[in-house]
Every structure is written in structure tokens, then in C-alpha cells.
Design a protein around this ligand. Structure first.
Ligand code: SF4
Ligand code: SF4
Length: 387
């Protein structure tokens, strides 16, 4: 085991080593779509060997596959003292208050542990807060803490700063918040990363960052933006994004949804040690933000929360990535890729959207998905019909 990073943490993160957390929602997959357990196990060991210890999961990740994958690769192979594990109470996991304790116990069994270090009310602010209030979900989570099933209670959040202030006022006993923070969303009027961080600070709550690279958007930069970062100094686009997030005051942990051993190695290097962005580098990411905002691309993070509930099974994030590739890079293969995301997978075309709106209610980025699908159809399906 490598020496633990020297990062010091405030409560309740005193036991965390380093500031990089392993988000288990984009694990490596085999061709049949199942989790590549051999590679994931290797990644878990590499992460622990680097002296890091924070893992984050949720029941919906990999359609229920993330929790048992962690049981196999992490909790059954390593002593409980070697890792911290965070799990979540997801909105589709319960209907009534009395469902919550059995669900937590089932999640513990699935993960192969006796307690979670961190337990989060999942995706608060997505039209589901009223349900959590009505069913006393926060009270149930704190009762689970009192019973020793959970060590610390917080929530992950997808709405604006005013709503965050409301939840923290309603529940002053939550111990931390998980926010979407990255340099592209810092001044985003919808996501409001900066204002949300300020609200968390005003309530004295430490922050876990999610989506620091905006679902890969800040990794796969267009050439013009890459050149801006290259001129500012060495380091990959991902390292700039992670250093931006991890260097913010109040941030105790930065989650990265790592899907390959190479991502583990690169991210570990970025945090060994973590060097916050210099003023010149902050200017560079501000310039990259301007460039990306000028591209008219769709700010989808590929979380896939919209996909399961779509009656036409439209592969929304993948068709959006086709349009982004076309707009950002003039990518000529985007048409072929658009065709391939439907072929043999039972997914509907963008034009088959019936406008039910289920996807928009599930989207943490508040994207106007129906309208955007019309743009996708206009871009790709006209050409397909012409071909
Ligand atoms: S609005 Fe369209 S894309 Fe969204 S869930 Fe309904 S059918 Fe699917
Ligand atoms: S459209 Fe929204 S919900 Fe769907 S994958 Fe993109 S960000 Fe996630």
C-alpha cells in the first residue's frame, strides 16, 4: 500500500485519503454490456494502492450492477478499514417511508458491508424533494445513522442555489452536500455552480464535487480550446478540470467516474500532489469556457438518467453526442455513428419521440430534450432518408 496522501480533511471526511473519489457509474464494460470485472478489480486495487479510499455508488448505476460489482471487486477483497463507501437513497427505490429501512439493508447486503460511511438523498431538487419530505426520508436516513447502518448523511443536488438554501434550511443536520461543479458550469445560470458552493459555505457544509469534467465534455475539447490550455502549461484537459474543482474552498472530495485503468493512472497523477490552478491557468479555463459556449453544443453529461423511462427507448445521450461531434468538430463520421446507435439495439430514432416529457423530468441538466431531439432528427434523419 502506498503512503496515504497528506491532504487534511474537515469533518465528516477525516478518514478520507486524498481528494479523488472513485465514482462507480461508468465502469468498464464487456462487449455484451456487462461490467468487465477483471478490469474493474484491477482499477480498484490501483486506486487503493495509490493511497486513496473513497468509493461512490448508487442502486441505479449500471441498472443495479454497480453495488454487486463493488462487493466483488472491493468489499470482499479488502478489509473494511481500507475504504470508505458512499451509497444513495434513489427516488425510484421507495414509495413510502416504511420502504426505506429495508432498502438500506438490501443495499448493504448488495455491497457486502455492515454500514455505509456516507449515505445520500439522491438527486434532490429534481422534482422529487417533496416526496422525500412527505415520506420523511431524511428522518429515516438519520434513524439509520443512529442504528449504526450509516455513518454520515448528506444529499446530492441538481437544482439552483435558492433551492439548495431551502433544503439546507429545512435540514440543518445534514453533514455534507454533493454538487455539480466544474469550470464550464461555474457561472451557468441554470446549474449555478458558484452560487451553490456559496450557499453550502454559508450553511457550513463541506462539498463533494460531481461531474468535474462534465461527463467528458471537458476532456474531449476542440482543438482551439486544447491550444489555449497547452499555452497555459503542461497537463491534460482532464487535469485542468479536476484541479479547478479540487482547488475550490470547501471542497473535500472530487468524484471522477473512471472507466479505464488509464483514467485511474492519469487522475491519480493529477492529485499527487494536487496543485490548484494558478491565476493564469484560471484565465485559460475561462477562455475555454467562452469557446465551448460559442459552439452551440448540447450540455449532456451522459448520465443516462433519461433513458430507462423513455417509451421509445431513444438512446438520448448517444444521439446528442452525435450532434455535438458534428457541431464541435464537423465530424463526418457522426452520421454513421448515429445510424449505429440504433442498429440492432431496439432504440428509437430521434424522430420517433412522442413528446411525453418523461426524459426531461429525469434530466439533472434540465435540458429541453424534446426540442433537441428535433434538432438531431433534422441534422441526421433527413440525410438518412436522402441516402
Ligand atoms: S419525450 Fe420523447 S425522448 Fe423523452 S421520454 Fe418521451 S418519447 Fe422518450
Ligand atoms: S439528456 Fe440529461 S438525463 Fe439524459 S443523459 Fe444527458 S444529462 Fe443525463
Amino acid at each position: 500500500m502506498a503512503a496515504a496522501p497528506t491532504t487534511t480533511h474537515v469533518a465528516p471526511f477525516e478518514d478520507a485519503r486524498g481528494k479523488l473519489g472513485f465514482g462507480c457509474m461508468r465502469l468498464p464494460k464487456l462487449e455484451d454490456g456487462t461490467i468487465d470485472m477483471a478490469t474493474f478489480t484491477q482499477m480498484v486495487d490501483a486506486f487503493l494502492d495509490a493511497g486513496l479510499n473513497y468509493f461512490d455508488t448508487a442502486r441505479p448505476y449500471h441498472s443495479g450492477g454497480s453495488e454487486p460489482a463493488l462487493a466483488q471487486a472491493l468489499t470482499s477483497r479488502h478489509d473494511r478499514s481500507e475504504f470508505l463507501l458512499a451509497d444513495k437513497l434513489s427516488p425510484n427505490g421507495f414509495e413510502h417511508r416504511e420502504d426505506i429501512r429495508p432498502l438500506i439493508e438490501d443495499q448493504l447486503r448488495a455491497c457486502g458491508v455492515d454500514y455505509f460511511d456516507f449515505y445520500l438523498m439522491h438527486s434532490q431538487g429534481m422534482g422529487n424533494y417533496e416526496k422525500y419530505q412527505r415520506e420523511h426520508a431524511y428522518e429515516e436516513a438519520f434513524a439509520a445513522r443512529d442504528a449504526g447502518l450509516v455513518r454520515h448523511v448528506g444529499f446530492s443536488f441538481h437544482s439552483n442555489a435558492a433551492f439548495l438554501d431551502r433544503i439546507l434550511t429545512d435540514h440543518p443536520n445534514v453533514e455534507f452536500v454533493q454538487l455539480q461543479v466544474n469550470y464550464l458550469d461555474w457561472e451557468n445560470g441554470v446549474i449555478q455552480s458558484r452560487e451553490c458552493c456559496e450557499v453550502a459555505a454559508a450553511h457550513g457544509k463541506p462539498v463533494i464535487v460531481m461531474e468535474p469534467v462534465k461527463g467528458g465534455r471537458l476532456v474531449n475539447l476542440p482543438d482551439e480550446a486544447r491550444e489555449v490550455l497547452a499555452a497555459a502549461g503542461p497537463g491534460s484537459p482532464a487535469s485542468y478540470a479536476l484541479r479547478f474543482a479540487a482547488g475550490l474552498p470547501g471542497v473535500e472530495m472530487v468524484l471522477s467516474g473512471m472507466g479505464t485503468p488509464e483514467m485511474i493512472a492519469e487522475n491519480v497523477a493529477t492529485f499527487s500532489p494536487l496543485v490548484p490552478l494558478s491565476p493564469a491557468e484560471r484565465d485559460a479555463v475561462a477562455r475555454v469556457t467562452q469557446i465551448l459556449r460559442g459552439q452551440n453544443t448540447i450540455e449532456c453529461t451522459a448520465c443516462r438518467y433519461c433513458v430507462d423511462g423513455c417509451p421509445k427507448k431513444i438512446n438520448i445521450p448517444d444521439v446528442f453526442s452525435c450532434l455535438n461531434a458534428k457541431r464541435a468538430y464537423g465530424e463526418s463520421s457522426a452520421e454513421f455513428y448515429y445510424k449505429s446507435v440504433h442498429t440492432g439495439h431496439g432504440h428509437g430514432l430521434a424522430s420517433e419521440c412522442i413528446g411525453c416529457g418523461a426524459c426531461e423530468r429525469a434530466c439533472p441538466q434540465h435540458l429541453p430534450i424534446r426540442e433537441l431531439l428535433r434538432e438531431v432528427a433534422a441534422e441526421f434523419e433527413t440525410e438518412q432518408q436522402d441516402a
